[in-house]
Design a protein around this ligand. Structure first.
Ligand code: UDX
Length: 429
C-alpha cells in the first residue's frame, strides 16, 4: 500500500520504517528541513536502536519530504506528530490540528486518516467532525490507532506488539487497517477493534497504569527503608504472582520520558474538565514528583552545606538506551544542586549534547565516569547505563577521599559497596 506518515519523531519515524519493512511504500513528511535532510542522507535524527539498519534496508520504499502534496499520493495517512504538555497539564493539539488543516488544503482523494499521536479521549471524534464541517467532497475516514512503543526498543516493540488497537466503527476503514497490518496479524499479534474513544483511552489507561505500578513500588520502597525490609526482595516476591507480574516493579527515582509524565497529567486534566477527580493517577503523579528528589534529599541529610561542593551526576537520560532528557529525574536533581550553589559534574554516554543545550556552562561535562567523580564529595546515580552498572566500584574509593555514592537506580550490591568502604545509599533498604 502507499502510506504517508506525518511527523518524523519517535512515533512517526518508527511507524514509517516498520511499515516499510513489511512491504509498504511510505512517504515520511515533516516541517523540519534539517530532519528531512538528515533522513535523505540515511541518517536518523533520533537515537534509537536499529533505526539506521532499517532506514538503510528499506531505503527504496521510504521517501522523505517536506512537501504536503504527498497527502494526495496515499491510501492511508498516519498522523504521528507530537502532543506536548501545555502549562496546565493538558495535551497541546496544535500540531495535530495543523496536519488536519493541511489535509483539507492539499488532499483531494478519499483517505483514511489514522491518529497515532496520543490524543485526549474524544479528539478523534472532533477531528472527524472537523473534516465533515469543511464540506470536502472526498471521504475521510478517521481511525484511532495508538502506539505502545518504548524508546530504546521501539522498532522491536512494533514487531513484537502485544496488540494492535483500532478505534473505528466503519467497516471499510477497519478492513483496510487489517490489510495494512496483515503481516503482523499473521504473526499472531491480536487485532482489536473498538470505538474511537475507547481506543484513545486504552493508551492513557495503559500508560497511567504502568506509571502507577512504578509509583506504587516507589512508595513501598520508602516504607521498606523505614521498616528495614529490602524492596528488591519484595518486588521479586510480588512479581512471581502472575496477576501482578514482575515488570515495572523496579524502584528508583521516579519515571520520566516523553509519555508517562505527560499522559498521566493529561488524563487528570481531562478528568477535571469533566468534573471527575481521578484520585489514583493524581497520587501517582505526586508520589513521582517526591521520588525524583529522593537522592538529593539523602545528600542534603549527609552534607547540609553544598555551597561550592563538587557533586557528580552519573547518567542524565530518563532511562538507558536513549538520548532523551524529557522530564528526566536527573534534571530535577541538577536544578536542586545548582540552587544550593554546588559544582555539578556530569557524565552520560549519549545524553550530554542535549544537556549542554539546556545548562550551557553552568555545569561541567565529562567523557568518563572516572574523570567525573575525581575528588568529588558525593556521586548521584540517575540512570542505570551498563557502563555505570559495570563500573569498577573500587574506583569510587580510589578517586574520592570520602566516597559517598547515592544510587537512585540500585545498580550495585549494597553489601559489596559497604564492604569496600563506600558510604552507599540505594532505594528501598
Ligand atoms: C513508555 C511505555 O512503556 C510505552 O508503552 C509507551 O508507548 C510510552 O511510554 P518509555 O517512556 O519509552 O515508554 O519508557 P519506559 O521504559 O516505559 O520507562 C519510563 C520511565 O519509567 C523511565 O524513566 C524508567 O526509568 C521508569 N521505570 C520503568 C521505573 O522507574 N521502574 C520500572 O520498573 C520501569
Amino acid at each position: 500500500m502507499k502510506i504517508t506518515v506525518v511527523g518524523t519523531g519517535y512515533v512517526g519515524l518508527v511507524t514509517g520504517v516498520t511499515l516499510a519493512e513489511i512491504g509498504h511504500y511510505v512517504n515520511c513528511v515533516d516541517i523540519d528541513n534539517n530532519k528531512i535532510d538528515m533522513l535523505k542522507r540515511g541518517l536518523s535524527p533520533i537515537y534509537e536502536k536499529d533505526m539506521d539498519y532499517y532506514l538503510k534496508k528499506n531505503k527504496d520504499r521510504l521517501n522523505f519530504t517536506t512537501d504536503y502534496s504527498v497527502y494526495n499520493d496515499c491510501e492511508i495517512l498516519f498522523i504521528g506528530v507530537g502532543t506536548p504538555e501545555n502549562e496546565d497539564g493538558s495535551a497541546n493539539l496544535s500540531y495535530v490540528k495543523r496536519v488536519c488543516e493541511d489535509i483539507v488544503k492539499y488532499g483531494s482523494k478519499d483517505l483514511i486518516v489514522v491518529i497515532k499521536s496520543t490524543v485526549p479521549i474524544g479528539t478523534n471524534d472532533e477531528i472527524d467532525s472537523y473534516f465533515k464541517s469543511t464540506g470536502l467532497r472526498s471521504k475521510i475516514y478517521v481511525v484511532s490507532n495508538p502506539e505502545f512503543l518504548s524508546q530504546g526498543t521501539a522498532i522491536n516493540d512494533v514487531f513484537n506488539s502485544k496488540r494492535i488497537i483500532i478505534g473505528s466503527n466503519d467497516d471499510y476503514a477497519i478492513q483496510k487497517m487489517k490489510k495494512l497490518y496483515e503481516p503482523f496479524i499473521e504473526s499472531g499479534i491480536p487485532f482489536l477493534v473498538m470505538d474511537r474513544k475507547s481506543s484513545e483511552m486504552v493508551k492513557y489507561a495503559s500508560n497511567s497504569f504502568l506509571a502507577t505500578k512504578i509509583s506504587f513500588i516507589n512508595e513501598i520502597s520508602n516504607l521498606c527503608e523505614v521498616l528495614g525490609a529490602d524492596v528488591n526482595s519484595v518486588a521479586l516476591g510480588m512479581g512471581y504472582d502472575d496477576r501482578i507480574g514482575n515488570k515495572f516493579l523496579k524502584p528508583g527515582i521516579g519515571y520520566g520520558g516523553s509519555c508517562f509524565p505527560k499522559d498521566t497529567k493529561a488524563l487528570v486534566d481531562l478528568a477535571n474538565k469533566n468534573n471527575y477527580n481521578l484520585e489514583i493517577v493524581s497520587s501517582t503523579i505526586s508520589v513521582n514528583e517526591k521520588q525524583k528528589r529522593k537522592c538529593f534529599d539523602i545528600l542534603k541529610g549527609l552534607i547540609n552545606d553544598l555551597n561550592n561542593k563538587d557533586i557528580a551526576i552519573l547518567g542524565v537520560t530518563f532511562k538507558p538506551g536513549t538520548d532523551d532528557l524529557r522530564d528526566s529525574p536527573s534534571l530535577k536533581n541538577i536544578d536542586l544542586l545548582l540552587d544550593e550553589s554546588a559544582n555539578v559534574r556530569v557524565y552520560d554516554p549519549v545524553g550530554l549534547e542535549n544537556l549542554k543545550k539546556m545548562y550551557g556552562d553552568t555545569i561541567k561535562y565529562f567523557n568518563s565516569i572516572s574523570e567525573t567523580i575525581k575528588n568529588c564529595e558525593a556521586v548521584l546515580i540517575m540512570t542505570e547505563w551498563d557502563e555505570i552498572k559495570y563500573y569498577n566500584y573500587s574506583c569510587y574509593k580510589k578517586l574520592m577521599s570520602n566516597p559517598i555514592v547515592i544510587d537512585g537506580r540500585n545498580c550495585y550490591n549494597k553489601k559489596e559497596m559497604k564492604d569496600n568502604g563506600i558510604d552507599y545509599y540505594c532505594i528501598g533498604g
